[in-house]
Design a protein around this ligand. Structure first.
Ligand code: DQA
Length: 159
């Protein structure tokens, strides 16, 4: 069973730490990746950590995850509020999906209140800062364990 999680980051998150720090804080995306990798190590997860400013690249990475990843953590940034195409890609993905937003989008402009991706997400974490990524990884690890246990149960009941 795969233990790989793809962490996908959308547009302008490459500027994290320098971009509107009053909203997004001073941690860079490299800091977030470092913390995610440390936690993934503890949780026994493998990590693919990616960022793009291009919608098609995020779609291609969701397709790639169909082949090998047990879960996706996605902060699609502004594409969250616009992209039916990323929703469609996620709908074609069968693993776990967690949507993360660093800021509390519900306290911000009206246009940030709607997410196309939440309809597909197994969970949504907003307003917890960059820690939200870690909450998502912990949740995925927990759910994978439950799935593995359930799998054992099924095998046992058929044997
Ligand atoms: C964001 C919230 C989005 O509305 C915004 O466009 C972003 C970042 C967040 O992490 O809080 O770029 O996804």
């Amino acid at each position: 069973m795969s233990r790989l999680v793809s962490v996908l980051n959308g547009p302008n998150l490459d500027l994290l730490g320098r971009r509107e720090p009053a909203i997004y804080g001073y941690e860079t995306l490299a800091d977030v990746e470092r913390d995610c990798r440390a936690l993934a190590g503890e949780l026994g997860l493998e990590l693919r950590f990616l960022q793009s400013n291009r919608e098609y690249e995020i779609i291609d990475w969701v397709h790639e995850a169909r082949e090998d990843a047990a879960g996706i953590v996605i902060n699609a940034a502004a594409f969250t509020h616009t992209s039916v195409a990323i929703l469609d890609a996620l709908n074609a993905y069968e693993g776990l999906v967690f949507e993360v937003h660093i800021s509390n989008v519900h306290q911000r402009e009206e246009f940030r209140h709607h997410s196309f991706l939440s309809a597909r997400a197994d969970g949504v974490i907003v307003g917890c800062g960059t820690q939200g990524y870690q909450f998502a990884l912990r949740r995925i690890a927990r759910l994978l364990e439950s799935q593995a246990e359930a799998g054992k149960g099924e095998k046992a009941s058929f044997s």
